[in-house]
Design a protein around this ligand. Structure first.
Ligand code: PEP
Length: 251
């Protein structure tokens, strides 16, 4: 399966910094790629991305993604951004259920499932994040937690579940420099693949990507695992050289 390398810029960037990062990416990318690449950037910069996209042909290899989407389609929801608005900017992906949103914004499994539904309804691929905290891992609850999080999304989305990208992101590995070992990550990815297989005959085509301190040094061993179909990259996606190395490890 074609791997997906998606950068999650989080709340980082400025007009000047984005232009520098995107032009460094554009000049470092090969002419063609054998993996899919996306950058999930802060929404206020979508128009800038589109303008740069028009002037930097190499960026055609990079899809635009958002870091969130509303669970509602329109109306009196101050501060929210709808899936249709994302589509206006040719957004290809929307991260939903990132642990930072579950943790700091109280997002529930139910809400995350509704967000995935909104994205799918307009043809945007939700990158659905699941993952356990350190306390949950230490209590032996990893499988139970990720299965519960995925079950809500399966329940709400039925056969469309084959259209999602699933990201396993152990919370203890995000932004900490601690990475799940390739074996630990693969074990959870296999559990998730089996859960998808019980819900859809197309489970083998669902990309299950890993996120949590993936970097230029550890990407190739993680990506060599049979059920690791790419990476969701936070910190390392802000450094063009590191992000390009991860892309090359996936190609
Ligand atoms: C993330 O935010 O999705 C992530 C994986 O971050 P980092 O790579 O910095 O751990």
């Amino acid at each position: 399966m074609t791997k997906l390398i998606a950068g999650n810029w989080k709340m980082n960037g400025s007009l000047a910094a984005n232009e520098g990062l995107l032009s460094a990416l554009a000049s470092g990318l090969p002419k063609s790629l054998s993996c899919d690449v996306a950058v999930c950037i802060p929404a206020p910069y979508f128009a800038q991305f589109q303008a740069l996209f028009a002037t930097m042909p190499a960026l055609a290899l990079v899809a635009l993604g958002s870091q969130d989407v509303s669970s509602q389609s329109a109306g009196a929801f101050t501060g929210e951004v709808s899936a249709t608005m994302l589509r206006d900017f040719a957004c290809r992906y929307a991260i939903v259920g990132h642990s930072e949103r579950r943790q700091y914004h109280g997002e529930t499994d139910f809400l995350v499932a509704a967000k995935a539904q909104q994205a799918l309804a307009v043809g945007i691929t939700p990158i659905v994040c699941v993952g356990e905290t350190l306390a949950e891992r230490e209590a032996g609850q990893t499988t139970e937690v990720v299965k519960r999080q995925l079950a809500a999304v399966i329940h709400a989305n039925g056969h469309c579940i084959s259209e999602i990208v699933l990201a396993y992101e152990p919370v203890w590995a995000i932004g900490t420099g601690k990475t799940a070992s390739p074996e630990e990550a693969q074990a959870v990815h296999a559990v998730l693949r089996a859960q998808l297989a019980a819900a859809t005959e197309h489970a083998s085509r669902v990309k299950i990507i890993y996120g949590g301190s993936m970097n230029a040094a550890n990407a190739s061993t993680l990506l060599a695992q049979p059920d690791i179909d790419g990476g969701l990259i936070g910190g390392a996606s802000l450094k063009a050289g590191d992000f390009l190395s991860i892309i090359s490890a996936a190609s």
